[in-house]
Ligand binder design. Structure first.
Ligand code: C2E
Ligand code: MG
Ligand code: MG
Length: 754
């Protein structure tokens, strides 16, 4: 309706007439055609003015023109020259006689004009009586439009009750209703109307003129005579040419009936109304229809003008269609914006805003969440399409639990759904089912993904439900109800993480070294680098607390670079006293599947002044189990550079010795739990002894860590263990202390002589 109103306003205001005219010119340009050739213009041109006497000419020239034209056998001679005033009587007589004897009909012009500048009365000025006696009269009045252009031409004019056909009507012998006008066909090329110079005509006396049966229009084209008017497609042209074009329009019958502005507009309005009412089309569909409608109207107009049927105005319909399309586009974009607020852009699942919207106004709703663990790794190995597949397939599986309710993606690593009251009593069973549903890997376009998730539930809000799954993860449980106390603990942990980040950034973490004792040579073998954080308020914080925090937050890489750089620096400073000492650095499990990390760590080692072989990367045996293929590749890459690999905390995981054998590993470290109780626990003794044997048979060096007394050390020496580490040998010490005690003062020597 708005679009219709807008276009009607345009019609009413006459806006667009210019555009309409331009469009018309464009069509005329494409449909351009030559004049019929039936009409010839005799030009009173500059050449004629120069050749003959001064202007106005004695009327004998016109008499000569009439005679010449009669000799040439023309059928009609029309003058667009003013003969309303007398000249020399003899001259007038010569002209009158020529008119009287002319075989061809002679047409003389009449002009309708105001009686005087101030009066509203019109008079018609006619050729003088002597001349008009044997001539036909036709009006040469023209009607400029509001821009002063002569694009319209009338069939005739009525002055004081006397009707007079126009010159063009007379030439074309066309009968149109006087006072009606038609559009001059501007597709007719005015240059193609044959022309003849007045002076040539009378000089030549018509002998070689090919004018048999033609109609002739005589008028001024010389610039100095003024008589010029603008026409939209050709600019300013002589009045006689406009008379000629109007005549040609009527001769060729291209004074097409103009159906006006309404047919196209009404057609478009009805078509759009039907399409809207059918409700079958989207905004895009409607825009397409409107566009097609505009093209059809353009084509129809073109075709109709080409076939000389009729013409009509498209502009108001174009306005209607344009405004309509713009509004549809606007509405569809704002709708899309509105829906996109409720849709996750990657997975296309409804998002947290959508869930919150469905929750508003409802009383008690239980919300369950599933948080994907290891999402950072998932993100690293899956692209956007895979993530979309992952979440959609995850939602499909969990649909079983949601029982008709939707699954929402409420965070990058979390989905949620509402749980009905009746399932709350067995919520544990509910989540058992969830675990079972996620047991098998989820298929995506390019891979299968095994996902682990923890679940949370809350009776009050989505935020709490989100926190609950976080709490379950931190507590190592499968699922958890939301607990406010735990929130606080997590909050504190969060604060600590921020401080830790800062400490890493400014290098405010210390590295200490625990000596490794070579049991076979009874000499210092090297040391293990261990990180220390002395918190300004909380004092010394154990790595066993903050390392897992950093690992969970996915920020362990930065700490590891720091420790590695420090260790390399210290190792270099020990080099002079003890070349070839080794130093071990701990590498977290998840870093093995991060190829960026691996490359960067290798680069750091290679840039340092120590040999690669002096460095040992300690990885826990579980690290190699998370993603066996990836970690095997990473370990191979590491070992190829000469850096050695040691399996830390051996015995706490599930890996078998033969599994480790397939990996590029040079050493295994027996976990402290076996060593600390070694002296008292007979079973441990059997196990440790056989493990050492087996490992050495497979080519590994064996390190025992957690040696707290001499008896333990003796036992391990007896079993043939290669290296020992533990408080009994030394607690972890600073690099300065390590240099002073172990390298300078020779605690080692003291140990040896003991
Ligand atoms: P880990 O790599 O197994 O390191 C050995 C831990 O055992 C060290 O604890 C060390 O101080 C302790 N220890 C050594 N000898 C004895 C002993 O005779 N008795 C007892 N009771 N303990 C002994 P720490 O320094 O607290 O480190 C704990 C764990 O934190 C390390 O276990 C390691 O997994 C991790 N960690 C330490 N520094 C780093 C690091 O720079 N990066 C990474 N990713 N982890 C580190
Ligand atoms: Mg270690
Ligand atoms: Mg260990």
């Amino acid at each position: 309706m708005f679009a219709l109103f807008a276009s009607l306003t345009l019609i009413w205001g006459g806006v667009g007439n210019d555009v309409e005219q331009q469009l018309g010119n464009m069509r005329a340009n494409m449909l351009e055609k030559p004049a019929s050739g039936e009409l010839v213009i005799v030009e009173i041109d500059a050449k004629s003015l120069q050749a003959l006497d001064r202007w106005p000419w004695p009327r004998k020239y016109y008499a000569q023109a009439i005679d010449s034209l009669n000799d040439a056998g023309v059928s009609q001679i029309a003058f667009d020259v003013d003969f309303s005033s007398r000249s020399v009587p003899a001259q007038d007589q010569i002209f009158a006689d020529a008119i009287a004897r002319s075989q061809a009909t002679v047409v003389l012009p009449t002009m309708r004009q105001r009686a005087s500048g101030t009066q509203s009365k019109f008079i018609e000025s006619l050729p003088i009586e002597k001349l008009r006696a044997n001539a036909f009269l036709a009006s040469v009045n023209v009607h400029p439009d509001h821009r002063g252009q002569l694009n319209q031409y009338s069939f005739g004019t009525t002055t004081n009750g006397i009707a007079r056909p126009s010159l063009a009507s007379m030439i074309a012998e066309s009968s149109g209703s006087i006072d009606k006008s038609f559009a001059i066909d501007q597709a007719i090329d005015p240059a193609s109307i044959p022309r003849l110079s007045f002076v040539d005509l009378i000089a030549n006396e018509g002998r070689s003129l090919d004018l048999l049966g033609k109609k002739v229009l005589i008028g001024a084209t010389a610039i100095e005579l003024g008589d010029r008017y603008p026409i939209s497609r050709f600019g300013v042209v002589p009045g006689v040419v406009i008379q000629g074009m109007a005549s040609e329009t009527l001769i060729q019958g291209t004074n097409l009936q103009n159906l006006g502005k309404f047919p196209a507009l009404i057609f478009s309005a009805i078509l759009l109304a039907i399409c809207i009412a059918s409700r079958k089309f989207s905004s895009e569909g409607l825009i397409g229809i409107a566009f097609a409608n505009a093209i059809i109207l353009m084509g129809a107009l073109f075709l109709s003008e080409y076939l000389h049927w009729f013409t009509f105005s498209n502009f108001p319909a174009f306005c209607l269609l344009g405004v309509f399309m713009a509004m549809q586009k606007f509405m569809s974009t704002s709708n899309a914006l509105k829906t996109s607020q409720f849709i996750n852009t990657v997975s296309k699942l409804p998002n947290d805003a959508a869930l919150l919207q469905t929750l508003t106004g409802k009383e008690l709703v239980y919300i369950a969440t599933a948080r994907l663990s290891d999402f950072r790794e998932l993100r690293a190995i899956t692209n956007k399409t895979s993530r979309r597949d992952l979440f959609q397939n995850l939602a499909n599986r969990l649909n079983f639990l949601a029982r008709g309710e939707r699954i929402y993606q409420v965070d990058t690593d979390m989905v949620a759904w509402t749980v009905k009251r009746e399932y709350i009593d067995d919520i544990s069973g509910h989540f058992d089912t969830a675990v079972a549903l996620l047991q098998s890997p989820i298929m995506t376009a390019d891979t299968k993904i095994k996902i682990n998730a923890t679940f949370g539930i809350s009776a009050s809000s989505l935020d709490e439900a989100k926190l609950a799954s976080e709490q379950a993860f931190v507590a190592g449980k499968k699922w958890a109800w939301h607990d406010a106390d735990v929130d606080q603990a997590i909050g504190e942990k969060h604060d600590l993480l921020i401080e830790l980040d800062q400490a890493i950034e400014v290098g405010n973490l210390d590295v200490v070294y625990q000596p490794k004792w070579d049991l076979s040579s009874n000499r210092l073998g090297g040391a293990e680098a261990l990180v220390r954080w002395s918190h300004p308020v909380q004092g010394m914080i154990s790595p066993e607390i903050f390392i897992p925090m950093l690992e969970q937050a996915g920020r362990i890489d930065q700490l590891t670079y720091h420790v590695l750089k420090q260790a390399l620096k210290d190792l270099a400073s020990w080099q002079e006293q003890r070349p070839g000492l080794t130093c071990a650095v701990n590498i977290s499990a998840q870093l093995l599947s991060d190829s960026d990390f691996v490359e960067k760590a290798i680069a750091i080692v290679e840039r340092s002044s120590v040999w690669n072989a002096q460095l040992v990367f300690e990885v826990t045996e579980t690290a190699t189990m998370v993603d066996p293929e990836q970690s095997a590749l990473a370990l191979q890459r590491i070992q190829s550079t000469g850096i050695r690999v040691s399996i830390d905390d051996y015995g706490t995981g599930q890996s078998t010795m033969s599994y480790l054998q397939r990996l590029p590993v040079s050493e295994i470290k027996l976990d402290q739990s076996f060593i600390k109780t070694l002296v008292t626990d007979k079973t441990n003794q059997v196990m440790v002894q056989s493990t050492i044997k087996m490992a050495q048979n497979l080519g590994f060096k064996v390190v025992a860590e957690g040696i707290e007394d001499q008896a333990c050390l003796d036992l391990l020496t007896k079993y043939g263990c290669d290296i020992g580490q533990g408080w009994h040998i030394s607690k972890p010490v600073t690099s300065d202390f390590f240099i002073a005690a172990w390298l300078d003062r020779g605690i080692e020597e003291a140990r040896l002589s003991a």
